[in-house]
Design a protein around this ligand. Structure first.
Ligand code: NI
Length: 395
């Protein structure tokens, strides 16, 4: 497996150059036209069968070894964010207001680099390996689009893998976790309706602000409404709007927030409790409240057996078990890779991209500067996973 690391090092420069091109030419969700064309072009040069316009602007490459064996897939997301880049890098975004601030340029370059290594190892592989370059991960759930367009079928994918850069982990390491890795996130909008009145005659009105204030406070004590303290869940109200002027009691207040959970059943329970608190509290004060949820991505849930396989493969490729870190807890962000995992078992791992000096900003920050040393690490790990699951000697 040391050989895989050596191969990744050999192709490092090429993959870094690809990443810099992608970084300089970022495109927003479902507008990844040039990115997709760039990706498809590189894959065709490498001899892959390529399908364009998958689920919109996605690209699917297939390596069919012609030998019977497992069908596995790797997924990278390609979209950028509406952020004005402030890294000062020589290859900074050439498009003001659009930036690869979540490392999807790295993910795409790593998967292209993996494609490069796998095509060289073709004679040592069996089965089919699919490389999925997905559009619209940021808030749009592009995963669903490519799945609906059949990337997991014909032939049926049995295991799917992905990675996401993580600046909290030092470059050279990866982070793994069995079970939950990220959360499910639902948006909520609470509308509180009262009765408008002049502030000189409050007895004629029902102040929606007062009701909203009580609802806010009551939501803080949701754990005492039948939710186990051992369930991971958090509900934050992050925006509130109501009232027009200082002498009229308002009849409408709106509160916006997020509900983040791991478990689906906990989420259902949490939603029901939020509903009950809002309507009950409003009612007690003579007002009315309605709650509207917008369902977000499911939680990323890593298959236990495949996670162990991925860890063993990565340890081999990186040559040191200490470079494979076990993440103690999930994070409560969200990732649409979870849609793939609803179809087939899969693993997402974290790719350490934190620089030596601790510089480099956080994900979605205007100064996010991942250490490019993570690129060969990601390539080596994905290639090693492919060799472990689809290596000929294991057949
Ligand atoms: Ni991301």
């Amino acid at each position: 497996m040391q050989r895989v690391w050596a191969l990744a090092q050999k192709e490092r420069e090429r993959a870094v150059a690809w990443r810099r091109y992608l970084h300089q030419h970022p495109e927003l969700s479902f507008e990844e036209f040039e990115t997709a064309e760039f990706v498809a072009g590189r894959l065709e040069e490498l001899g892959y069968a390529v399908r364009r316009n998958v689920g919109g602007t996605g690209v699917l490459a297939t390596l069919d070894t012609g030998r019977p064996g497992p069908v596995i897939a790797f997924r990278a997301d390609m979209d950028a964010l509406p952020i004005l880049e402030q890294t000062g890098l020589p290859y900074a975004s050439a498009r003001p207001g659009v930036m690869h601030g979540c490392g999807h340029d790295i993910h795409t370059a790593v998967l292209l680099g993996t494609a490069c290594l796998l095509s060289g190892l073709r004679e040592e592989l069996r089965g089919v390996i699919k490389l999925i370059f997905q559009p619209g991960e940021e808030a749009n759930g592009g995963a669903r689009c490519v799945i609906q367009d059949g990337v997991l079928r014909q032939p049926e994918v049995e295991a799917v893998f992905a990675l996401h850069v993580l600046p909290d982990l030092p470059v050279g390491t990866i982070g793994l976790r069995e079970g939950y890795l990220s959360a499910t996130d639902d948006e909520l909008l609470i509308g509180v309706n009262g009765v408008a009145a002049h502030s000189s005659t409050p007895q004629e009105g029902v102040n929606a602000i007062t009701a909203a204030a009580h609802i806010l406070t009551a939501l803080e004590s949701i754990e005492s409404c039948g939710i186990s303290p051992f369930e991971v869940a958090t509900c934050s109200i992050c925006k509130i709007r109501g009232g027009e002027t200082n002498n009229v009691i308002p009849d409408r207040v709106e509160l916006w927030g997020m509900l983040r959970c791991l478990d689906k059943n906990t989420k259902a329970l949490y939603r029901e409790r939020i509903q009950r608190i809002c309507t009950g509290t409003a009612h007690a004060l003579g007002a009315e409240a309605e709650v509207e949820f917008t369902t977000g991505f499911p939680a990323v849930y890593n298959d236990s057996q495949l996670t162990k396989q991925a860890a063993a493969a990565a340890e081999g490729a990186l040559g040191d078990p200490k470079r494979v870190l076990w993440l103690p807890r999930p994070n409560l962000g969200s990732e649409d890779f979870s849609y793939f995992q609803e179809e087939v078992p899969g693993v997402m791992f974290a790719l350490g991209c934190g620089g030596q000096e601790g510089a480099g900003g956080g994900l979605h920050a205007a100064d996010f500067t991942p250490d490019e040393g993570c690129i060969p690490v990601g390539m080596a790990c994905q290639t090693a996973i492919a060799l472990r699951l689809c290596g000929k000697e294991r057949g």
